[in-house]
Design a protein around this ligand. Structure first.
Ligand SMILES: Nc1ncnc2c1ncn2[C@@H]1O[C@H](COP(=O)(O)OP(=O)(O)OP(=O)(O)O)[C@@H](O)[C@H]1O
Length: 317
């Protein structure tokens, strides 16, 4: 559905993105993740046909962004980072205006606007001035305008930025519902958002792609060991010693614990070596209290920092 082929963009002498290539399959939700200034917005704007690349090209829904940009724009819904909403227009009037600009058929326009307002949860504020809406509702109006032309591809630039926690949950729910219907690319700094919403993640740093994979593969693939976090009631030294002696254990780290009788440990073993049974058996046989036992995988945050730091160091070297 989307094929980016060595996209490059210079702003004067500054390279915003360089040789960015990736594909997105129909129906996929792909997260674009990267620190500030990484090149996310630039890439997204190029894909929407709003910004010409300095090099490379892309195909969206089968059309070339350079030579068939009108066809591309017809098939794309775009939520920019700063939505250019008209604050002195009522929601329904604004959506009618966008529907006209997008060339929606006059006969079905009203019905379509009604459906979209219901879907995006703005029907009850249809007659409110956009300027009087909360940020969460404005974001919904922004998503509604992006959806009006039933786009095959939806591009959402930081859809939850600046929203309060309740609004964030609502917008994420809305994106999840859209996922089955459109192909979605969304950019974010928020890592849990990626795990929650996206089938795949594209990590971009300094204008270049540093990783493309599923959130699960990213978190397991870069791990050199398997970690278990446990909380146990009993004598800390004896527990630590017994765990260290279990076959397959590489390292045991006792963590600070405010409780006097319960102690937390991270037990590290070879990659893909699952010691949950052995650890729980040991603790129960010794008569200690097993309060908690769970995998302590590397978080997406840790993966992200590792990839981005590694890349930055390599660039500097
Ligand atoms: N119009 C412009 N003129 C000059 N430089 C620009 C312009 N737009 C972006 N840049 C630069 O290009 C680089 C990539 O910017 P871009 O906005 O694509 O990053 P981003 O990943 O979307 O960042 P953020 O998360 O902060 O929105 C940055 O170094 C930025 O300063």
């Amino acid at each position: 559905m989307i094929e980016a082929d060595r996209l490059t963009k210079y702003y004067d002498k500054h390279t915003a993105i360089r040789d960015v290539s990736f594909t997105v399959e129909k129906g996929e939700v792909v997260g674009f993740l990267g620190p500030n200034g990484a090149g996310k917005t630039t890439t997204m704007r190029i894909l929407t046909g709003c910004l010409p690349p300095s090099g490379g090209t892309a195909r969206v829904a089968g059309y070339d962004i350079l030579t068939e940009s009108l066809q591309v724009r017809r098939r794309i819904g775009y939520l920019p980072e700063n939505i250019p909403l008209y604050t002195d227009m009522k929601v329904v009037d604004y959506l009618t205006f966008v529907a006209e600009v997008k060339g929606l058929e006059r006969g079905t326009r009203r019905q379509r606007i009604g459906e979209i307002m219901e879907k995006c949860g703005v029907a009850k504020v249809r007659r409110t001035l956009i300027g009087a809406l909360s940020r969460g509702y404005r974001q919904r109006v922004g998503i509604a305008q992006a959806l009006l032309n039933a786009p095959e591809v939806l591009i959402l630039d930081e859809p939850t930025i600046g929203l309060d926690p309740r609004q964030i949950i609502e917008i994420r729910q809305l994106i999840k519902e859209l996922a089955g219907q459109s192909t979605v690319i969304l950019s974010t700094h928020i890592l849990p958002e990626v795990s929650m919403l996206c089938h795949r993640v594209i990590i971009i740093n300094n204008g270049q792609i540093v990783a493309v994979d599923t959130p699960e593969n990213l978190t397991t693939g870069l791990q050199s060991s398997t970690k278990l976090r446990i909380r146990v009631e009993g004598p800390v030294d004896q527990i630590g010693m017994a765990l260290t002696q279990l076959p397959g254990v590489l390292r045991v780290v006792a963590e600070d614990e405010v409780h006097e009788t319960a102690h937390s440990f991270v037990v590290e073993s070879e990659r893909n070596c699952d010691l949950r049974r052995e650890v729980s058996r040991l603790i129960i046989e010794r008569g200690w209290g097993l309060l908690e036992l769970r995998p302590a995988d590397m978080s997406l945050e840790e993966i992200f920092v590792r990839l981005v730091t590694k890349e930055t160091q390599e660039v500097r070297a």
